[in-house]
Every structure is written in C-alpha cells, then in structure tokens.
Design a protein around this ligand. Structure first.
Ligand code: FE2
Length: 337
C-alpha cells in the first residue's frame, strides 16, 4: 500500500473510531449571572454550587462511565438503570440531571403564576397554588439529611409531590415514586448554608421569589407527551422484568451453543410466565394484544418445560426457546409504541 493510501485508510479508521466515541457530558450554560438571584440566593452560593458542585457531578460521571458500555447511554438511560450501575453513576448522573433542572426553573424575572393548563391540574389536585407550595415545602423540610423535593408528572399524567434522598430522582429505577420531575428543590446544605446556615425553612420560604412558573409550565407540557413516561411505566412492570432476566440468562447462552441454562431453568421460566399473567399489568399496556401475547408466552414456556423434562433433542429446545424469545419481544415491542 502506498503512503498516500495508507494515510487515507488511517484517517478513515480514525474518523470511524471518532464517530462511535461518545462525547463527554458537559456542564450546561447558566442562563443568568451568579448574582442574578440576590438577595434570595447569594452570588457566592450560586458560584460554588454551579461551578464546583455541578461541575463535580459532570466530571465524576464522565470519569465513572469512561471506557464502559454506559458511556454510550443517554443520561435518561443512565437514570432509568441507575440501580444496577453502582453508586458513582447513580449519584453523579442524578447530580447532573437534578442541577440542570434546578437552574432552569429559577429566574431573576420569574413568572408568578403557572400556565392555564398547569394551574388547572394544580387546582384539581391541590386546591390552590399555595397548598401545592406548602406540600412541596413540607416534603423539602422533612427530608432528613441531603436530598430533593419534587413535583412530578406520574405515568398516569397526574401531579405528585415527593422527595428523594441524596442525588436520586423519580426517573430512577431505585425511586419509590416514579415520574418526570417538572420542579425540584435542592435541599442539600450546599444550596443554602452560606446565607441561611441551618435555617432550611428560611431558604424554602425565599426560593419561591425566584421560582419561574413559566419554566415549570413548559416542563409540564413537555412531560405530558414525553415518551420517557411510558418507559418509566414499563420499568414499573416488575413481573415483565423478572421474566426478562430468565430469558436473557438462558437465550443468550443458547445462541452461543450452551443449552445448560435453559435445561436447568425451563421450570423457572414457566413460573415467571404464569406470574406475568396473574400480576397487574400497567394501565397503558393492558391491551388485548398484550394479554394474548402473555397467553402465548405461558403456552410456549409450558411446552418448553415439558420438552426439557422429557430430555428432548437440542434442536427442539432451540426452536422452542427461539419462538418464546420472539413472543417476548412482541410484548416488548407493543410496550414501546
Ligand atoms: Fe445542589
């Protein structure tokens, strides 16, 4: 190969490598000056909070995922799967997401009232805007140690006030309450200690002066139609997740020619399919098509278990497990549309 061709080939290879390389996450620009939220949030707190704490979460997240499969995942995916990614990803992905939202809903010139649509939802569920603020303040004041108070849109598109510890948030699989946050109040001491010291309630009373209801209203509109809501709802379907685990741990070895896992776990697979039938199906997925696919899963896993019990040939087991895997993906596909 001549030098020119070799050079071009190397350049193409480098470009291909660069194209699959994920970009590191970056600290988002702050939409106002450090002193813009004075006197309610002081400039020094803002500067340290943004340029050191938030930057720290971004840097540590990049460090935690560098060179791992998590590097190619979106921030949403990292949050949705944070329970199995270790504390460094959980804490720093949460820290990055939570603070990004926090800066966006604060403003030096905040809208004092929510949009008509959000206002209606608040009145329907909380009676008045003040009642909602009280509920949020209560959640924020009673969070022991560090954490956040949230207003979220739940999978059934309702509003809910809740609170999470540390840098968790309700998108995460580890959170008891699930949904998309549209308003978050940081109650870590780093958010208020320089100005308010230990008086968290004074900080909570002050923050409403810079809370921009226009930004919260925009987030409400986006959340109502965000596909992430359906992903969260699917993630709450524990019986489907349990079936998935057994399927993944038997089907993939089979693809590599190892039938030992399925021969050992066909009974467990049948049981997980039956549990899928008797456990509640999340509202959006409780359709005739999905119920039929679950029935097919039960029939297929019963047939497979019988074959395994009768020590059927490898080819029979392979074709039955492949068919079962296809049926499982019919359910997965129906849940995604
Ligand atoms: Fe913070």
């Amino acid at each position: 190969m001549c030098i020119t061709i070799r050079f071009i080939a190397a350049a193409i290879a480098a470009m291909a490598a660069a194209s699959v390389q994920s970009q590191p996450l970056e600290l988002p620009k702050l939409g106002y000056a450090y002193n813009a939220l004075e006197p309610y949030i002081d400039a020094q707190t803002m500067e340290i909070h943004y340029s050191r704490h938030h930057q720290g979460y971004v840097s540590n997240l990049n460090k935690a995922i560098a060179g791992t499969t998590a590097e190619k995942l979106s921030l949403e995916d990292l949050l949705l799967t944070s329970g199995r990614r270790g504390d460094a990803v959980r804490n720093n992905a949460g820290g990055h997401y939570n603070h990004t939202l926090f800066w966006e809903i604060l403003s030096a010139t905040p809208a004092q009232t929510p949009s008509a649509a959000l206002q209606q939802a608040i009145i329907r569920q909380y009676g008045t805007l003040d009642s909602l603020k009280n509920a949020l303040n209560q959640a924020a004041a009673s969070r022991f140690g560090s954490g956040w108070a949230w207003l979220i849109v739940t999978v059934d598109k309702k509003l809910q006030v809740c609170s999470t510890p540390n840098q968790d948030n309700p998108i995460m699989d580890v959170s008891k309450e699930r949904g998309i946050p549209i308003l978050g109040i940081d109650v870590w001491e780093h958010a208020y200690y320089l100005k308010y010291q230990n008086k968290r309630s004074d900080y909570l009373a002050a923050i409403w002066n810079v809370l921009d209801w226009a930004a919260v209203s925009r987030k409400y509109d986006v959340a109502l139609n965000d596909p992430l809501l359906k992903r969260i709802e699917k993630d709450t379907w524990q019986a489907l997740k349990d079936f998935h685990v057994v399927m993944a741990q038997t089907f993939h070895p089979m693809e590599d020619g190892n039938l030992k896992p399925i021969r050992e776990r066909a009974g467990e697979m049948k049981l997980k399919a039956e549990l899928l039938k008797v456990s509640p199906i999340p509202a959006s997925f409780n359709t005739a098509e999905i119920r039929k696919a679950i029935d097919d899963l039960i029939k297929g896993s019963a047939a497979l278990e019988k074959s395994v019990r009768k020590k059927a040939k490898d080819d029979t087991i392979k074709s039955q497990l492949t068919a079962l895997h296809d049926t499982f993906h019919v359910i997965q596909g129906l849940c995604s549309h």
